[in-house]
Design a protein around this ligand. Structure first.
Ligand SMILES: Nc1ncnc2c1ncn2[C@@H]1O[C@H](COP(=O)(O)OP(=O)(O)OP(=O)(O)O)[C@@H](O)[C@H]1O
Ligand SMILES: [Mg+2]
Length: 235
């Protein structure tokens, strides 16, 4: 299976935005006509007409113009905004890991799949099975989304160290800016250079604050991404 697993240093750091950005990048470059998206587990889903609606799965489907159903893109959904294991327990159920992994087996080898994780790497899916274990099972290289703010050096290095311990391949780091320049702390001026000095994992993008997210905004932002590195992981 070709593609990337998009994880982050935390929840809310921009995994969905970066997943959409990478999908749009691949679509715009045109070498990979079949770019598909997955957000296999989503918690904090809205309830509309008695149905759980996964906001991230929906955004990824809409932005990429996917004709796959949301049941395929986001099969496992919970209403409570909790880590999956906690949400499942709260809602009186458990998560079937094998079912999630099997759902990837039918993906055509010519497709490129962009998979958004849930929370960060050590978020539990079941007891003893974490997001990083799912990444290992799927054998996809990781793009780590790091929030460009004070604290990111610690979060980024901890995430990289964990992936090294789990023998997970990392394609690169995307530093993301979820706030306007006026709202940022001064670490934005030094974070990327510090990380470059502290690890060999490449920073493949520094994504500015983009305002409201849509296809055109992301298509304009693909120039911030090091496409050479992305391409090298899709051979
Ligand atoms: N570069 C950006 N420019 C503007 N808004 C952004 C940017 N990155 C993220 N956001 C906004 O910040 C919020 C959090 O981003 P996002 O939903 O992508 O995070 P996430 O890591 O996927 O969160 P979750 O853990 O809930 O899945 C969203 O409202 C998103 O639109
Ligand atoms: Mg998300």
């Amino acid at each position: 299976m070709k593609g990337f697993f998009i994880t982050g240093t935390d929840t809310g750091v921009g995994k969905t935005v970066v997943s959409a950005l990478i999908a749009v990048l691949l679509k715009e470059k045109g070498f990979f006509p079949d770019v598909i998206v997955r957000k296999p587990i989503e918690t904090g889903c809205a309830i509309v007409n008695n149905e759980l609606v996964p906001g991230d799965g929906h955004l990824l489907k809409t932005i990429t113009g996917s004709d796959e159903s949301l049941d395929i893109i986001t099969p496992v959904r919970f209403s409570h905004p909790l880590a999956p294991m906690a949400a499942a327990a709260y809602e009186g159920t458990t998560i079937d890991i094998a079912e999630i992994i099997n759902s990837f087996k039918s993906i055509d080898s010519s497709s490129v799949v962009i998979v958004e994780g849930v929370g960060g790497l050590l978020v539990p899916i079941t007891k003893g099975f974490f997001v990083s274990d799912l990444i290992r099972e799927l054998s996809l290289p990781v793009i780590l989304v790091s929030s460009n703010r004070l604290g990111t050096i610690n979060h980024t290095l901890l995430s990289l160290e964990h992936m090294k311990n789990k023998a997970v391949a990392v394609a690169g780091i995307v530093f993301n800016n979820t706030h306007t320049t006026g709202e940022q702390d001064i670490s934005v001026n030094t974070n990327i250079e510090q990380i470059r000095q502290l690890t060999d994992v490449p920073v493949i993008a520094s994504l500015p604050f983009l305002g409201s997210i849509n296809y055109n905004v992301l298509a304009a932002a693909i120039k911030t991404v090091d496409y050479g590195i992305i391409r090298s992981f899709l051979k």
